[in-house]
Design a protein around this ligand. Sequence first.
Ligand code: FES
Length: 193
Amino acid sequence: MPHPIPQPDQAPARRRFLARLTAATAALGAAAGAWPLLASLAPAADTLAQDETVLDLAGLPPGGSLLITWRHRPVMAIHRSPAELEALRKLGPAPFETDTEALPWPIRTSHRGLRADLAVFTAMCTYDSASLPPPERQGERAGRFRCPWCGSHYDLAGRPRGYGPARLALHVPPYLALRENRLLVGRTAPASA
Ligand code: FES
């Protein structure tokens, strides 16, 4: 029995169908090919795990400091003693502009922290990213961070104090209080809290 010859008015519809099928197949192929590349761009598990880090302040005495790693950067918590807070108040505003407005809400305070007695900074110099050692708490340079590279000084609110080339205050990461002695670094309290 001979094959039915397709009717002339069926050819365009058939062509359209084949064209769409080809296009769909090509799109699927492209997506399948692109997927591994897209998947490789996603942050690695350890980076995601670093996205939020708990900072346990239990046992951090006034005048003490604590260093953790957040997003592969050193983050330092400083417990400011009443004497240090008084010294900070007496120091007055920093010689350069402070970044209070840029601070994550609700950390927008003159002492650049959620609590007056507690400061949390990314411990990296804002001039050339040198890692900063804990601030000196005794002696002539008490109440100062000192950059080991070019000697910039920061006060205990992380503001540059005119020594050295640094002009920007130390970065304050987003953080919130989980409870009295525990902070979550990586997130701030929702604006409605
Ligand atoms: S890197 Fe800190 S002052 Fe140069």
